[in-house]
Design a protein around this ligand. Structure first.
Ligand code: PMP
Length: 328
């Protein structure tokens, strides 16, 4: 779908996957007006296909567009574009458990020119690719590197938007994590450098207590303005409450993580996002200290929440919150 100043959105079309021809002075290549989304379509037990909360992705896409001075795409158009592609590619939606069709809606400037200002023309595209189970061999905890040197996002910046530049800025820290033998980066706040924000492509959850039959307490970092408001994060706030947990949004410092872990009150930490659904965090490394989270194994609460969410997505459990968007 194209957008042109004065005309709005026009010329929606479904075309075979193919390379795009770009002018060397395409404004996106220079000034990075580029935003995207990620969501999945799952095969349902009756053979039909459904996407998970596409309206929530549409809403976040609109917020990202506003932050990058790009035109907003109405939620109905966003969802209709995803639906059209899924309908076309229905045969590619896998039917095995956690497998899915991953959808990548994105928008970028198409105007040609070197002046720094919002472009006057844009393109919105959705592409898709089948995605296997994230953990084909069983759920495995990830190791994380606390990035004390680099900042992903700062107050007033673009951290809450899903824009390309945020990911470009995070790659060097991801490489540093790999150099330290870690799978993922954990970002801290930009000002005090002590509050846990999120992971490279996932939000975080902290589980306290829950041993000896007691019900665990669950906390996720509050939306500080510099972390991405994940749709999985938002869904888990509801699911955890449904399952009877005391769940809240709050601030968690690096010291809380380390100390709560040492005295055993912090029992589990997990990350959540569209790609991996829920991933246990097994160990932490930083320039100051390394530690194991709980016993380093996937925790009971983590696995319970993971199953509850996947059951809704795959249609094994009833969709009590109206999150599944069924296609004809
Ligand atoms: N944080 C970042 C930086 C991400 O890229 C993602 C993936 N979109 C998430 C969190 C998780 O968001 P969601 O649950 O909507 O996939």
């Amino acid at each position: 779908v194209k957008w042109t100043e004065g005309r709005g959105w026009h010329d929606a079309e479904l075309v075979p996957y193919a390379p795009l021809a770009l002018d060397p002075a395409n404004m996106t290549l220079h000034y990075a007006q580029a935003i995207f989304e990620g969501l999945k379509a799952y095969r349902q037990p009756d053979g039909s296909v459904a996407t998970f909360r596409p309206e929530a992705n549409a809403e976040r896409f609109q917020a990202s567009a506003r932050r990058l001075a790009m035109p907003e795409l109405r939620a109905e158009l966003f969802v209709a574009a995803c639906d059209a592609l899924v309908n076309q590619d229905k045969a590619w939606v896998p039917s095995e458990g956690e497998q899915s069709l991953y959808l990548r809606p994105f928008m970028f400037a198409t105007e040609v020119g070197l002046g720094v200002r919002p472009a006057n023309a844009y393109l919105f595209i959705v592409i898709a690719s089948p995605a296997g189970a994230y953990f084909p061999g069983g759920v495995k905890p990830v190791s994380v590197w606390l990035s004390e040197e680099y900042v992903r996002a700062a107050p007033g910046g673009t951290g809450a938007a899903k824009c390309a530049g945020n990911y470009a800025a995070s790659l060097v820290a991801q490489a540093q994590a790999a150099e330290h033998g870690c799978d993922q980066v954990v970002w801290l706040d930009a000002i005090e450098r002590r509050w846990i924000e999120e992971m490279g492509g996932m939000n975080l959850y902290f589980v306290y207590g829950g041993r000896d039959g007691a019900k665990a307490r669950i906390v996720t970092p509050e939306l500080s303005g510099s972390l991405l408001p994940g749709i999985t994060r938002r869904s888990l706030l509801t699911i955890a409450e449904d399952l009877g947990y005391e769940v809240s949004e709050g601030r968690i410092s690096v010291d809380d993580w380390k100390n709560g872990n040492a005295d055993g009150t912090l029992t589990e930490v997990f990350a959540c996002g569209t790609a991996a659904v829920i991933t246990p965090v097994g160990s932490v490394k930083s320039t100051r200290a390394d530690w194991t989270v709980g016993d380093g194994e996937p925790g009971a609460v983590t696995m319970e929440l993971r199953k509850a969410l996947l059951d809704i997505q795959t249609g094994a459990a009833p969709d009590t919150h109206g999150w599944m968007h069924k296609l004809a």
